[in-house]
Design a binder for this molecule. Structure first.
Ligand SMILES: [Zn+2]
Ligand SMILES: [Zn+2]
Length: 187
């Protein structure tokens, strides 16, 4: 059993839903594969933004109550955890967007009580009003123009030096994206 990577990775995710932190040793035992194989599986899951490797183990990035994948309310593209943008409305309903680009466009029609975005570098969830956004950089993960979220100005400007674009606040990004001359299309 254990020799198909995708099957093993699903089992690791299922275990993490029950036990939020697992050691690599426990995974080696439970899966009956080598430590190297476990690390490869964890790297794959980490790259997908589903888990985070910590010293000697792994933790689940998304709390179990947050669905790992849905479709974007605006463009219907699958939502990846890495770029997701969540609008929490006053009535308690949450809307998922595939990325900040679609999320900002959705905000025009769905006023939010709270907006959650992902930090592009660290895959942490943060409140959008505290985030900085790098708009129209060369890194396009989802829709165009690309919008990436960052926790601090320092990270955003360092990233901008390498990949171009403009660093904007939440309000500026919203104005920029919803301005009439902005043409949007899914990548
Ligand atoms: Zn979308
Ligand atoms: Zn998108």
């Amino acid at each position: 059993m254990g020799d198909i990577p995708s099957v093993r990775q699903k089992r690791i995710l299922a275990w993490l839903q029950k036990t939020p932190t697992l050691t690599t040793e426990a995974l080696v035992d439970a899966l009956g594969v080598s430590l190297m194989t476990v690390h490869r599986d964890l790297d794959t899951l980490a790259q997908a933004g589903l888990v985070e490797k910590v010293h000697g183990g792994v933790v689940l990035v998304n709390p179990p109550s947050v669905p790992l994948a849905g479709v974007c309310r605006l463009c219907h593209a699958p939502v990846s955890a890495r770029t997701s943008f969540t609008i929490q409305q006053e009535n308690g309903e949450s809307l998922e967007a595939c990325c900040a680009h679609c999320g900002f466009l959705l905000l025009k029609d769905y006023p939010a009580a709270r907006v959650l975005v992902h930090d592009f570098l660290y895959n942490r969830i943060l409140s959008a009003d505290q985030a900085l956004f790098l708009v129209e950089s060369e890194v396009i993960l989802c829709c165009m123009p690309s919008v990436l979220g960052f926790t601090c100005l320092h990270d955003a400007t360092r990233f901008q030096r390498g990949f171009g674009g403009t660093v904007m606040t939440f309000e500026d990004t919203q104005l920029y994206l919803t301005a009439p001359q902005t043409h949007s299309h899914h990548n």
